[in-house]
Design a protein around this ligand. Structure first.
Ligand SMILES: Nc1ncnc2c1ncn2[C@@H]1O[C@H](COP(=O)(O)OP(=O)(O)OP(=O)(O)O)[C@@H](O)[C@H]1O
Ligand SMILES: [Mg+2]
Length: 552
């Protein structure tokens, strides 16, 4: 007797599906490809990448997360790795390349184990155990850091910037970063808290990199609207308006019929009166400076200038919020409701010429926890890369102050953790032990890659490193500049513990997640996967770069 052989359709026709080993090895291949793409940028001797987007815009960078964001990644597993980089960036602002390279390595080693017939679940368990132990060891070998340890903080900043192409100006940028973070750090009962939003970054092309400076206050990238306004206002009372100092134009085309010149006059007079009244309200509140998020009518500008009020229009929303915080003023959305108690205070509001532009500087703010970094550099590419470097530096210093713990970089900590895991592996037993060992080997990819990118022989240096760490020299790492093993602590190559911790955690998470997938179902709407790409397409590109802020 024959049983029914008709296939049952569970999925919609045209759905692409990959199962079992095939699915897993495709996912691993995609993840490895991503890791491979950023690998050569790791470390101070790592190379840069030039990325050209579909609009032809060029970005030259060394920053892992920037590279991955700009790349149009399509494979779902590859996208998971891009997410790892983004998480790393959000949590620590540094170590994105490390996290991705480590993820790739964990998966590569997992593949070897699968080839030896070890089940992915066992590997995942071994990895989880090893991850837990690795984090314990990392904590054990960490060192304390305090907000007052200026030198130490400087070195953390310098280490983070070492691998960026503007590395020749590290000392000054490190000093600026540490000073900014220390200025905005807030002490709480649970230690320090740093809100990096309190550090404003303004980029202005022109001038040299050395003209980059720290300003205690807020910079608004706008000039005063009228030349008749005072260039400097001391002890200003600042109005923050989210309303236009203009007469509303009708949305639809309206026609007004005027058949008598006096009517026209009356009409214009009425408009003038309304504007005058607005300016009077501002004046009556006691304001001597106005930051307006919307437009200011020419006539209103003239009235404001006559009253000696300094006014700026079309200020970005984010700047308005910074101004509110820094000056203690509140943003008012109806001119008629502006009152004396809405006004913010500062020491000085002043227009200064930077390069070709006039900017408005608000200094001596009541809330001192607001600083601005004015970045200068010859071209846009330079200022952009300075920004990325400084952001890395700000982040690592902030994270170091918050956590109060640092570890030694240059592959030293990675090697130390790897070695202690190897010693620990025997206690694990069972098949998980093999995965545990693979995990420790994967950690060594950090010193190995640093060495490779410096043109050194990775095998030789690993053998040397293992020997040194066995002998208790836990700070031995890769000196990429001399091409030899060195004491990285003595060379001041240090990092906040969070960078390493987060990299280990998220690399393990993504590896385990990918290992547990044995079925990939891609819906019909997806475009077909590219030949040889081994992928299930779909989900579109990763386009979309920020923006949206109000600009003149
Ligand atoms: N002077 C140095 N000698 C050796 N290694 C160094 C030195 N300075 C930094 N490193 C190491 O370089 C690695 C960091 O490199 P890099 O900044 O390129 O990558 P990342 O921090 O992982 O990612 P990204 O900065 O792109 O987010 C760390 O392992 C760090 O310890
Ligand atoms: Mg870095």
């Amino acid at each position: 007797m024959m049983t029914g052989q008709t296939p049952i359709l569970v999925l919609r026709e045209g759905t692409k599906r990959e199962k079992g080993r095939g699915a897993l090895s495709n996912n691993i291949a995609a993840a490895k490809a991503i890791a491979e793409a950023v690998r050569s940028t790791l470390g101070p001797r790592g190379l840069d990448k030039m990325l050209v987007d579909s609009m032809g815009d060029v970005v030259v960078t060394n920053d892992g997360v920037t590279i991955l964001k700009e790349m149009d990644v399509e494979h779902p597993a590859a996208k998971m790795l891009v997410e790892v980089a983004k998480t790393q960036d959000q949590e620590c602002g540094d170590g994105t390349t490390t996290a991705v390279v480590l993820s790739g390595e964990l998966l590569k080693r997992a593949e070897e184990l699968i080839d030896q017939n070890i089940h992915p679940t066992i590997i995942a368990q071994g990895y989880r155990l090893a991850c837990k132990k690795a984090l314990e060891v990392l904590n054990e070998i960490s060192e304390k850091v305090d907000i007052k340890d200026h030198e130490l903080l400087l070195n953390i900043a310098k280490t983070a910037m070492a691998s960026k192409s503007v590395s020749f100006n590290r000392d000054q940028l490190a000093e600026l970063s540490v000073n900014s973070v220390v200025a905005v750090a807030e002490k709480t009962d649970k230690g320090y808290f740093v809100d990096l939003d309190n550090i404003q970054i303004i980029k202005k092309q022109g001038g040299g990199m050395t003209d980059t400076q720290l300003i205690e206050g807020v910079i608004v990238d706008k000039e005063k609207v009228h030349t008749g306004m005072p260039p400097v206002v001391t002890n200003p009372k600042i109005a923050l308006l989210d309303a236009a100092l203009e007469i509303k134009k009708t949305e639809i085309d309206a026609k007004i019929e005027i058949n008598d010149p006096t009517q026209l006059n009356a009409f214009l007079q009425e408009e003038e009166n309304m504007l005058r009244k607005m300016v009077e309200t501002v004046k009556r509140s006691g304001a001597t400076v106005v930051f307006c998020q919307k437009g200011i009518d020419d006539l209103a500008q003239h009235f404001l200038a006559k009253e000696g009020i300094y006014a700026v229009r079309r200020v970005k929303k984010s700047d308005m919020e910074k101004l509110a915080k820094a000056t203690g003023g509140s943003i008012v959305s109806k001119v008629s409701e502006l009152n004396a108690e809405d006004l913010g205070k500062a020491g000085k509001v002043e227009e200064r010429k930077i390069g070709d532009d006039q900017l408005t500087f608000v200094t001596g703010c009541v809330n001192a926890k607001a600083v601005s970094l004015l970045l200068r550099g010859g071209t846009e590419h330079v200022t952009d890369e300075i920004e990325r470097s400084i952001e890395d530096a700000l982040n690592v210093v902030a994270v170091a102050i918050e956590d109060g713990k640092i570890v030694v970089g240059g592959g030293a900590s990675a090697e130390e953790v790897a070695m202690r895991l190897r010693d620990e592996a025997a206690k694990v037993g069972g098949r998980e032990q093999i995965a545990f060992e693979s995990f420790s080997e994967a950690l060594e990819t950090i010193p190995r890659t640093l060495a490779e990118n410096a043109g050194m022989d990775p095998i030789d240096i690993l053998i040397e490193l293992r020997k040194a760490h066995k002998a208790g020299k836990r700070n031995s790492g890769v000196n990429v500049f001399t091409g030899k093993m060195d004491d990285m602590r003595a060379l001041n190559v240090i990092e906040p513990i969070r960078v390493g911790r987060q990299a280990i955690e998220s690399a393990t998470d993504v590896a385990v997640m990918i290992l547990r997938i044995d079925d990939v179902v891609a819906s019909k709407s997806s475009p077909p996967s590219p030949p040889g790409g081994g992928g299930m397409g779909g989900m579109g590109g990763m386009g979309g770069m920020g923006g949206g802020d109000f600009e003149d």
